[in-house]
Write a protein that binds this ligand. Structure first.
Ligand code: GLA
Length: 366
């Protein structure tokens, strides 16, 4: 049996899912596949090309050393064993064509794939909503305190559509992407290791946003946004320490951009959508400070090459940019990136680092 879980790219709504604000990602055609056999003994045995094989009992919670891929497997097991009774284990072989540490959710796809394989081996078929109550917690086992965007996108995306995801309560809505819009995913050739320093930086952004909220006396970002317009919020935040103020301003402005992006997408206004991507990148760079020089250069290069919008996607600190252009301009934009960005940066492979993202199906919506 094989379970395939796609990667995802976030179109807009960055670093706000963990504050329970809506985001707009989509699944892509690259995926993690878990081919597995149910086993009578309650152990997991897993192999994956390029990694040491891992084997452990379902009852053994102690993690592997930090950075070990086996921790994603353990996280998946712990989450589902907490909720369901597992009588069988699996032997699994993991294969992936998703770039790692690129901001495309390879770790969530792996964790979700193992969780679904183990559930299926035990004849358990939960809904997306049930899985969403558990899977986002799993990232904590590997260090980041992420939100639920990645798991929702890789489970519930629909072909041809972006997925508008709401949290608390969780719900989602596919929004068709007009056929002449194209999204390109371009790698900056710098990586963000989730178990390394990017993890600390990521968690610090979340903490700064939460401290700001607490100091301003709001119970949630949603409450702040319901009560005040963005300029009033900016006035209120002026008294906060710099990093908290900047996190607060990023979060509130990005939430507003998601709202406008959804309107632009529904109305087929590609230029408006592109402008929102550019504004999002500027905030991620200058306020939240999660970009790096390579991502900034890549985004600028895409815009010079005829894109209508571009920004870093995912947690940042390296990884990929998402680039929007008209279908008719796609080849020119890609050629411009190859000539003016990739020619200057060693290690480029077109198959691995530059892809046209096809809005794809999530693992449970096929
Ligand atoms: C990572 C996390 C997501 C989200 C993004 C930033 O990908 O896993 O939950 O917070 O960063 O938007």
């Amino acid at each position: 049996m094989t379970i395939s879980v796609p990667g995802r790219v976030n179109l807009i709504g960055e670093h706000i899912d963990y504050h329970d604000l809506p985001v707009l990602p989509m699944a892509i055609q690259r995926q993690v596949s878990v081919t597995f056999e149910p086993r009578r003994e309650r152990t997991i045995r897993a192999s994956s090309r390029g990694y040491p094989p891992r084997e452990f009992s379902l009852d053994e919670p102690a993690p592997f050393p930090p950075g070990d891929w086996g921790n994603y497997l353990k996280a998946a097991v712990q989450l589902i064993a907490h909720r369901w009774t597992l009588t069988r284990g699996i032997h699994a072989c993991v294969d992936s064509n998703l770039p790692l540490a690129a901001g495309l959710s390879s770790s969530s796809a792996l964790m979700t794939g193992i969780a679904l394989a183990l559930l299926r081996a035990n004849d358990i078929y939960p809904s997306v909503g049930e899985l969403m109550e558990l899977l986002p917690e799993g990232e904590q086992f590997v260090g980041t305190r992420g939100g639920g965007m990645d798991h929702a996108a890789v489970l519930a995306s629909q072909p041809g559509s972006a997925l508008l995801i709401h949290f608390s309560p969780f719900r989602f809505e596919p929004i068709p992407i007009p056929s002449d819009w194209t999204f390109i995913v371009a790698h900056s050739l710098t990586v963000a290791e989730k178990s390394g320093s990017a993890k600390l930086e990521y968690n610090a952004r979340r903490a700064a946003g939460l401290n700001a909220l607490r100091k301003l006396g709001f119970p949630s970002y949603r409450a702040a946004l319901d009560r005040h317009c963005p300029s009033q919020l900016a006035d209120l935040a002026a008294s906060l320490p710099e990093s908290e103020r900047d996190a607060f301003l990023h979060v509130t402005a990005e939430a507003d951009r998601v709202k406008h992006a959804v309107t632009a997408l529904r109305a087929n206004r590609i230029r408006d959508f592109g402008d929102l991507l550019v504004a999002s990148h500027a905030n991620l760079r200058d306020r939240l400070r999660v970009s790096n020089a390579a991502l900034d250069e890549l985004v600028d290069c895409a815009m010079d090459g005829g894109a209508l919008g571009a920004r870093l996607t995912g947690a940042g600190f390296g990884g990929c940019a998402i680039i929007l252009c008209n279908m008719a301009d796609r080849d020119n934009v890609c050629a411009h990136l190859i000539e003016h960005f990739y020619a200057k940066h060693p290690g480029f492979s077109a198959a691995e680092h530059l892809l046209v993202a096809e809005p794809s199906s999530g693992a449970l919506s096929a």
